[in-house]
Design a protein around this ligand. Structure first.
Ligand SMILES: [Zn+2]
Ligand SMILES: [Zn+2]
Length: 179
């Protein structure tokens, strides 16, 4: 019981200078929650506050620097967590976590490998589409970027493209010779 009182007394939003209504913005979009989040960032008991909000299922207001929707992600158990600085993080390996690392200038092997795997999967999808359409010069470049030999389909497409380019150049030359 006294523990519960402790963190509430220490909370940054409990300061007499803070209007408690600030913690309950009418809308949970960025601009409306900015002031509350700013207060939470300086709060020494943010983690206790968040824990309490989750345990008591608070559906309104900013608790522990998070909106009800963000707190919902904790409940969903998708690995969302607070880092030591109290920032909301997605589990490592996700695209979101990768981008947040970038924002903070951090390197993370787990996220980097997951990112590389996603990029590779995307390139493979591009190749599949290109092959279904008979191969292409652009797809040949994708083969090279992946570090694999260009397939016969794409080699043929490349040869066709450069033959077409040559033909166009020649016809322009022939056209110029006429004038
Ligand atoms: Zn990571
Ligand atoms: Zn190919």
């Amino acid at each position: 019981m006294s523990l519960t009182l402790d963190w509430r007394v220490l909370a940054a939003c409990a300061a007499p200078t803070v209007n408690p209504e600030v913690m309950y913005p009418g809308s949970m979009t960025g601009p409306h929650t900015a002031e509350a989040r700013k207060i939470c960032r300086t709060c020494p008991v943010k983690a206790d506050c968040l824990t309490h909000a989750l345990e008591t299922d608070q559906r309104e207001g900013i608790w522990g620097g998070l909106t009800p929707k963000e707190r919902g992600r904790f409940r969903a158990g998708d690995g969302t967590h607070l880092d030591p600085d109290g920032r909301l993080r997605k589990p490592c390996g996700t695209d979101r976590a990768f981008r947040v690392h970038k924002t903070y200038g951090e390197t993370c092997n787990v996220c980097q490998e997951a990112h590389d795997a996603r990029v590779l999967a995307q390139r493979r999808r591009l190749l599949e589409e290109a092959h279904a359409a008979g191969g292409s010069t652009a797809a040949a470049a994708v083969h090279r970027r992946i570090g694999e030999p260009v397939c016969d389909l794409c080699l043929a497409a490349q040869a066709r493209d450069s033959a077409n380019r040559r033909a166009r150049r020649n016809s322009v030359k022939a056209e110029r010779a006429l004038t």
